[in-house]
Write a protein that binds this ligand. Sequence first.
Ligand SMILES: Nc1ncnc2c1ncn2[C@@H]1O[C@H](COP(=O)(O)OP(=O)(O)O)[C@@H](O)[C@H]1O
Ligand SMILES: [Mg+2]
Length: 255
Amino acid sequence: MKEILRLDNVEKYYGRGSSLTKAVDGISFTVNEGDFVVIMGPSGCGKTTVLNCISSIDDVTSGKVYLDGDDLTKVSRKSKNTIRRDKLGIVLQDYNLLNNLTVYENISLAMSIKGIRVRKDDPTILKLAEELDIKDLLERFPDQLSNGQRQRAATVRALVTSPSILLADEPTGALDSESSSMLLSKLFHLNSRNGVTVLMVTHDVFAASYGNRVLFMKDGMIFHELNRGDKTRKEFFDEIVSIYSLSGRRNISAD
Ligand SMILES: Nc1ncnc2c1ncn2[C@@H]1O[C@H](COP(=O)(O)OP(=O)(O)O)[C@@H](O)[C@H]1O
Ligand SMILES: [Mg+2]
């Protein structure tokens, strides 16, 4: 199985002395091609920092990040930008669509930036838009869409350049439960049918239950891992809840 991403003992500290924050405190994991990995943990545990170390928004304090064979801790800033553009698709909680462009233009801009020629009624865009159920919305502007539709548009934009991996940071954080389920089912199908490799971080057990592997994070560290195996989503959900509540109890007794 091809390895897409590997973190080896990554640490990311902010500040120094008495104001030192160990945002990421020695994390190692691998994402193989076709995986749907979820990092789950409470707010402030370091999930976004992990993604920022992968997307080179942050430089790691120590440790290694390998993306498609490139050691991101060794390459120049310029190469990092190229690698991010060419290999990563990124979906954030708040969409980041440009409001003065239509959905179609937002998506095609991502292709142009990567140097991909965009055709009229581009088949790659239309196919993905259909899969994410926004095909009828392509000529609209982002402010004419619901939050769920905006997030699905942002997902098309992230995937239209065929990245090696989709990074999603709390993609359902601003969505109602119906839009959340819809987006998560789409991500699940993109992964299981189309082989899209996904790394999603979330504080939400329901969102986590759509993944195939869940890494539990607390205080900058991964303390447990679960594999879905052949469990249903509901069974996996129950299993994740049991680990999560266990860690909560540990928390309380430790305090
Ligand atoms: N740029 C920064 N400067 C200082 N501290 C930061 C910075 N970014 C994040 N942190 C701190 O690192 C910790 C982890 O933050 P973050 O990765 O955003 O957590 P999560 O995404 O899980 O909510 C928090 O204590 C946060 O306050
Ligand atoms: Mg975060």
